[in-house]
Design a protein around this ligand. Structure first.
Ligand SMILES: Nc1nc2c(c(=O)[nH]1)N[C@H]1C(S)=C(S)[C@@H](COP(=O)(O)OP(=O)(O)OC[C@H]3O[C@@H](n4cnc5c(N)ncnc54)[C@H](O)[C@@H]3O)O[C@H]1N2
Ligand code: MOO
Length: 422
C-alpha cells in the first residue's frame, strides 16, 4: 500500500482508509460492552422453546431408567447361545413395554420380549425374532450372536447428575423432547430481550402511502423485524422518523427507555441530513466507526442510558450485513448465549469476483454442490448496497478477507451459509 493512494478524507469508494476498523476489532469492541440480561423466569416446556436456559439442566434420573430391549424377539442368557450349530430354549414368559415379566431367567430358558420392555433378571441379550424359530413353548436360535446385543443399558443415554443442556443454550425443538424424557415440566430461562427499532429519512414512505418522486418504501424496518423475530426477542417498532433533530431526539429517548437495545437505520453517513451522529452525541455515549467492510462501512455504536445503541447504515443490504455481523452476536450475548462464530465453509468460485483490497467484503452468493461433489459458489446478482433482490436470491455470504484482492474462477473462497446464520 503506498501512502500516495490514501486520500485526505477517505470515502467508501477508496481502497484504503487507515481510520477504518477491521471487522473483528469492531465486533470485539461491541462485545466488550455487552453483558447478559440478569432477569429470569420459570416457564413450562412448550413456552420455553427458543428461549435461553438460565442455568445447566442436570439429569435427575438415568435415561433409560432400566435395561430394556431394543428389538422385538427373545431375551436370553448369552451363556446359552451356541458358537456353532443351534440351541433350543424353553419359553417361560412374555415381557411387554410397560408390563415386565417378573421372574428370573434360568439356564436354557428364554422370554418373549418386545421393544422397550424391561430386560428380565438373568437375561443379558436379545435375539431378534427374525433370527429365531419358534415352535410352541420353545425357540430355536443359531450361532453368530454377541453377548449384550440388542439391549439398551440403563443410563447409556444420560447419567443421573450429568449436564444434559448447558446454561446459555437456546432451547431447540428436540431439547424440549430431551427435557420431557427427564420428566422436567418447567425450566428457568433468561427474560426476553427487548429491541426497539426505527428508520430515519425524509424520503421514506410506509406501505399504503403513495410514492412521490424521490421517495422509497421503507424496507429496513421489515428486514429488521424479520431478523429480530427469528431471534425470539420482543420487538418494538417505532416507525419512521423524519430527518429532524427534535423528532429524532424524542424517539431515541422513548425507545431507549423502553428497550434493552435500540437499532436505527440511515443517517449515519456524512450527508447534510445525516443527523443521527449529532443527536446521539448529545444523548449518550456513542462511538462512530468506519469499518473496513463492504457493505456496511459507517456504523454508530454506543449507549443511550442503559440501552445499547446500533446506528446501522441506511442502504438496505448494509442493514442486513451489519445486523448479522455485529447486532446478532451482541444480541446473542445479551440473551445469555455463549459466543459462537458463524459457520464458514470453503467453496470454489464458479466465476471471477471483483474485490477491492483493504476491506472485508460480504458478497451475496448462491452455494451449491457441483457434479464433482465439491461446493461451488456464484454471485446472486448485482452487488450494490441498495440491491436487496440479490439478497433474497442468495443463500450465503461470500466472505472475502480484508487483505484479499480479485477472485479468479476456481479459487477457493469462504462462505457463510444463511442456514445456520439466522
Ligand atoms: N460522500 C460519501 N457518501 C457516502 C459514503 C461515503 O463514504 N462518502 N458512504 C456511502 C455508504 S457506503 C453508505 S452505507 C451510506 C450510509 O449512509 P446513511 O446511513 O446516512 O444512509 P442514508 O443516506 O440515510 O441512506 C442511504 C440509502 O439507503 C436508503 N434507505 C435509507 N433508509 C432506508 C429504509 N428504511 N428503507 C429503504 N431504503 C432506505 C436511502 O434512501 C439511501 O438511498 O452512505 C453512502 N454515502
Ligand atoms: O456501507 Mo455502504 O456499505 O456500502 O452501503
Amino acid at each position: 500500500m503506498s501512502e500516495a493512494r490514501i486520500p485526505a478524507q477517505p470515502s467508501c469508494a477508496d481502497d484504503f482508509d487507515p481510520q477504518s476498523l477491521p471487522v473483528a476489532e469492531a465486533l470485539a469492541r461491541i462485545q466488550q460492552q455487552v453483558q447478559p440480561v440478569s432477569g429470569c423466569e420459570q416457564l413450562n416446556l412448550r413456552a420455553a422453546l427458543g428461549r435461553v436456559l438460565a442455568a445447566d439442566v442436570l439429569a435427575p434420573v438415568d435415561v433409560p431408567a432400566y435395561d430394556n430391549s431394543a428389538m422385538d424377539g427373545y431375551a436370553v442368557r448369552s451363556a446359552d447361545l451356541p458358537a456353532v450349530g443351534s440351541v433350543r430354549l424353553r419359553l417361560v414368559g412374555s415381557a411387554f413395554a410397560g408390563q415386565p415379566w417378573g421372574g428370573c431367567l434360568g439356564a436354557g430358558e428364554a422370554v418373549r420380549i418386545m421393544t422397550g420392555a424391561l430386560l428380565p433378571d438373568g437375561a443379558d441379550s436379545v435375539v431378534m425374532q427374525e433370527h429365531a424359530a419358534r415352535d410352541g413353548d420353545s425357540v430355536s436360535i443359531g450361532s453368530g450372536h454377541r453377548a449384550g446385543q440388542n439391549v439398551r443399558r440403563v443410563g447409556e443415554d444420560l447419567r443421573c447428575g450429568s449436564v444434559v443442556l448447558a446454561g446459555g443454550r437456546r432451547i431447540a425443538p428436540f431439547d424440549v423432547g430431551v427435557l420431557a424424557s427427564l420428566g422436567r415440566g418447567e425450566v428457568r430461562v433468561r427474560r426476553r430481550v427487548r429491541v426497539a427499532f426505527f428508520s430515519t429519512g425524509d424520503e421514506l414512505r410506509s406501505i399504503g402511502e403513495p410514492l412521490e418522486a424521490g421517495c422509497v418504501y421503507d424496507s429496513n424496518r421489515y428486514s429488521l423485524y424479520g431478523m429480530l423475530s427469528r431471534l425470539g426477542v420482543d420487538v418494538l417498532d417505532f416507525g419512521v422518523v423524519r430527518d429532524c433533530r427534535e423528532a429524532l431526539r424524542e424517539t431515541l429517548r422513548e425507545a431507549a427507555a423502553s428497550a434493552d437495545v435500540v437499532i436505527t437505520s440511515g443517517g449515519v453517513s456524512v450527508g447534510e441530513a445525516d443527523f443521527v451522529r449529532d443527536t446521539l452525541l448529545a444523548l449518550g455515549r456513542i462511538h462512530f466507526w468506519k469499518i473496513a467492510m463492504k457493505p456496511g462501512r459507517p456504523l454508530a455504536f454506543g449507549h443511550i442510558d442503559d440501552a445499547l445503541f446500533f446506528g446501522l447504515p441506511g442502504n438496505p443490504v448494509a442493514v442486513v450485513v451489519t445486523f448479522f455481523q455485529f447486532v446478532q452476536p451482541a444480541l446473542h450475548r445479551l440473551m445469555g448465549m455463549p459466543e459462537q462464530a458463524p459457520l464458514l465453509l470453503r467453496a470454489r468460485a464458479l466465476a471471477p469476483m471483483k474485490k477491492r483490497p483493504g476491506r472485508t467484503e460480504y458478497q451475496r452468493g448462491i452455494l451449491q454442490r457441483e457434479a464433482d461433489g465439491q461446493l461451488g459458489v456464484r454471485l446472486s446478482g448485482a452487488q450494490g448496497s441498495g440491491v436487496l433482490s440479490s439478497m433474497s436470491r442468495a443463500n450465503c455470504f461470500v466472505v472475502l478477507a480484508q487483505a484479499s484482492a480479485e477472485v479468479a474462477a476456481g479459487d477457493w473462497v469462504d462462505v457463510q451459509p444463511f442456514e445456520g446464520l439466522y
